[in-house]
Each structure stands twice: as structure tokens, then as C-alpha cells.
Design a protein around this ligand. Structure first.
Ligand SMILES: C[C@@](CO)(OP(=O)(O)O)[C@H](O)COP(=O)(O)OP(=O)(O)OC[C@H]1O[C@@H](n2ccc(N)nc2=O)[C@H](O)[C@@H]1O
Ligand SMILES: Nc1ncnc2c1ncn2[C@@H]1O[C@H](COP(=O)(O)OP(=O)(O)O)[C@@H](O)[C@H]1O
Length: 305
């Protein structure tokens, strides 16, 4: 009897996009970062990352649901490859992997898609190679890759401090309905922070208390009134055309919020039906819009075989 060739072992990990329900930004620090007081929420747009053992590092990206992946690098600068290299360096091994990203999170949209890929790659390779990396070590490796990466591991809803990398879970047992409106082309996160500085930002940011209190009410009206993003003015300064997107969402009955450093705009809707009505109103105006809910889980294994 001849042996049936077995496919190479592969692990697929799913990681979510994030929104910042509150993004309070303080004055520029000496290390080039800004202190944050933020509340992250993981929402139901996902990247799925599949890893297999290989002789050299490589990465491929496939769009899901019409996401434009043209600006995602396919070399060693891809944050998923950087995550893989950081993990093997941590363990002192010299293994390599092929990384395949199925990308459903808008690129450079302020929804932390690259951070999701980094978090997913850490978890996937840890499982593929049975490395047994501790949660604390995964969080530390994540923080070394980017300010948003630890949250992508955690998921749910969390308070972020430091430069955003120090994360603590926050109680949030509601289901919140978002209409996500990506823009054509991304916005550079450093450019938005620089515009924030140029506009004299960081002097008067308030804390995340209002959002945290509103989460407990389960009332989208209460949460909508508490949403805040200190980078919104800077992003609108760099991309004035976003005002039309914001106004279209408002006209359709949603409370609006810029997602992180933008340019994706978010509309918070009262419930599932309202979210789909808002989405349809935007589609009727020729905009792209998808419905997402939060909070959802952080990076987690979906297949292992
Ligand atoms: C704005 C936020 C809000 O959650 O998200 P995005 O909109 O990018 O998804 C984050 O602060 C983005 O975090 P992330 O995208 O991981 O940024 P990093 O790679 O750590 O940093 C990229 C650059 O952004 C600026 N930066 C980032 C974080 C921070 N607290 N202060 C900063 O000034 C710095 O110029 C830094 O060099
Ligand atoms: N795996 C990746 N996915 C997306 N972007 C990546 C990735 N690796 C590197 N990048 C670079 O990071 C930039 C920011 O991407 P992304 O994380 O999607 O946005 P944001 O920081 O706005 O949340 C992109 O413009 C791209 O050049």
C-alpha cells in the first residue's frame, strides 16, 4: 500500500479590526509617540492569516469583500513577516514560514489591519511550531511591533494607555452596530499625528470615563453622545473630502466617529435594522459601506491541521 501524501501542516488565525470609541491624545513625547487614553473595541471585520513551514520568509495577500490591497507590501517590511521574525528571534530558532493573509480589513484605514495581521501571525506560528509562548511574552512582542498590536491579541473592549500598547479589558456586554465607510486610499498614521501637532493638539484632552460609563447603559444614544476622537480635526484637515462622508452618515441617522487616524468613517446605529438602513442610504449615494458589530474576540485559531 503506497502512502498518501499529506498536506503540509497549516494554522489559520482570525484577527479583528478595531475602532477607538474614545481616542484622547496628549502632547508629543520625547520618543516621537503621543500618550493615549483610548477605549478600543474589536469589530467584525477580519483578516485571516494562514501559516505553513517554509525554507524562507514570504507573504501573500488576497482581498476579501473588495478591499484594496495594492498598498500592502509583500517583502520583509510587511508587519506579518516582522512579527514572524520577532517570534523566532525571541525563541532563538531559525525557522521560516509562508504567511497568507486573507484581508477583509481596509488598508491604512485607521482600523489596525496590519496590527491584526501581526497579532494573528504571532498566535499562528506559536501554534504551528508548538512554541508555548506565554501570554505576557506575546503581549510584549506585540508591543514591540506596533502600539495597536497588543489590543489585536486581546480583542473585546479594552482601555489603552501608554502609547496605546498597555491594554486592560473593559466590561462591555452590549452589542453595538457600526456602519463602516472606507475611503478611497489610506491616510498615513504618522502624518495625521504630525497634523495634530501642527494644529496645536494635545493640550486639553479629556479622559475616557464618559465612554466607559455609556457602555454599561447598552444604549446607542448614550454611547453616541460620549464618542470622541482627538485626531478627527487633523484627519479632516488632511482629507477635507471626508466631511461629505461624515455628513452622509449623519443625514442617514447615524452618530459619526472617525476610525482612529482615518480615513474610514464610522456610523453608530441604534440596532441591526437601523444599521442596515444607514448602509443602504450610503450605497444609494454611491458610497461603499459595510455593517459590523462589536465587541468581538481577539486573535484566535480557526483551523489547525
Ligand atoms: C491612531 C491609532 C489609534 O489606535 O490607530 P490607527 O488609526 O493607526 O489604526 C494608533 O495610535 C496607531 O497605532 P499604530 O498604527 O500601531 O502605530 P505605531 O506603528 O506604533 O506608530 C506609527 C507612528 O504613529 C505615531 N504614533 C503612534 C502611536 C502613538 N501613541 N503616538 C504616535 O505619535 C508615531 O509617529 C509612530 O512612529
Ligand atoms: N500586513 C499588512 N497589512 C496592511 N498594511 C500593512 C501590512 N504590513 C505593512 N503594512 C503597511 O502599513 C500601513 C498601515 O496599514 P494598516 O495597519 O492597514 O492601517 P492603519 O495603521 O491605518 O490602521 C499600510 O499603508 C502598509 O503600507
Amino acid at each position: 500500500m503506497s502512502a498518501v501524501p499529506q498536506p503540509a501542516p497549516a494554522v489559520t488565525v482570525r484577527a479583528p479590526a478595531k475602532v477607538n470609541l474614545h481616542l484622547g491624545v496628549g502632547p508629543l513625547r520625547a520618543d516621537g509617540f503621543h500618550p493615549l487614553d483610548t477605549v478600543y473595541q474589536a469589530v467584525s471585520l477580519y483578516d485571516d492569516v494562514t501559516v505553513t513551514d517554509a525554507r524562507a520568509w514570504s507573504v501573500g495577500v488576497t482581498p476579501v469583500g473588495g478591499v484594496d490591497v495594492n498598498d500592502v507590501p509583500l517583502d520583509d517590511t510587511n508587519i506579518a513577516v516582522r512579527a514572524g521574525r520577532a517570534l523566532v528571534a525571541h525563541h532563538g530558532t531559525d525557522r521560516c514560514a509562508r504567511i497568507e493573509v486573507a484581508k477583509g480589513i481596509p488598508v491604512a484605514g485607521g482600523m489596525a489591519g496590519g496590527s491584526a495581521d501581526a497579532a494573528a501571525t504571532l498566535v499562528a506560528l506559536d501554534r504551528l511550531w508548538d512554541l508555548g509562548t506565554s501570554d505576557d511574552d506575546l503581549l510584549a512582542l506585540a508591543a514591540g511591533l506596533g502600539s495597536d498590536v497588543p489590543f489585536a491579541l486581546l480583542g473585546g473592549t479594552a482601555h489603552g494607555t501608554g502609547r496605546g500598547e498597555v491594554v486592560e479589558p473593559v466590561d462591555d456586554d452590549g452589542t453595538w452596530w457600526w456602519v463602516v465607510v472606507p475611503d478611497d486610499g489610506g491616510l498615513s498614521t504618522p502624518a495625521v499625528y504630525a497634523a495634530f501637532d501642527d494644529l496645536g493638539g494635545g493640550g486639553g484632552s479629556i479622559g475616557a470615563g464618559a465612554v466607559r460609563a455609556a457602555l454599561g447603559t447598552h444604549d446607542a444614544g448614550e454611547l453616541g453622545a460620549a464618542l470622541r476622537n482627538d485626531l478627527e480635526e487633523a484627519a479632516l484637515h488632511l482629507r477635507p473630502g471626508l466631511v461629505a462622508t461624515r455628513d452622509a452618515l449623519r443625514g442617514a441617522g447615524a452618530v459619526t466617529l472617525l476610525s482612529g487616524s482615518g480615513p474610514t468613517y464610522l456610523g453608530l446605529a441604534r440596532d441591526h435594522e437601523a444599521a442596515h438602513r444607514v448602509r443602504q442610504a450610503l450605497l444609494d449615494q454611491g458610497l461603499t459601506a459595510v455593517v459590523a458589530t462589536g465587541p468581538v474576540a481577539g486573535a484566535h485559531v480557526v483551523t489547525h491541521g
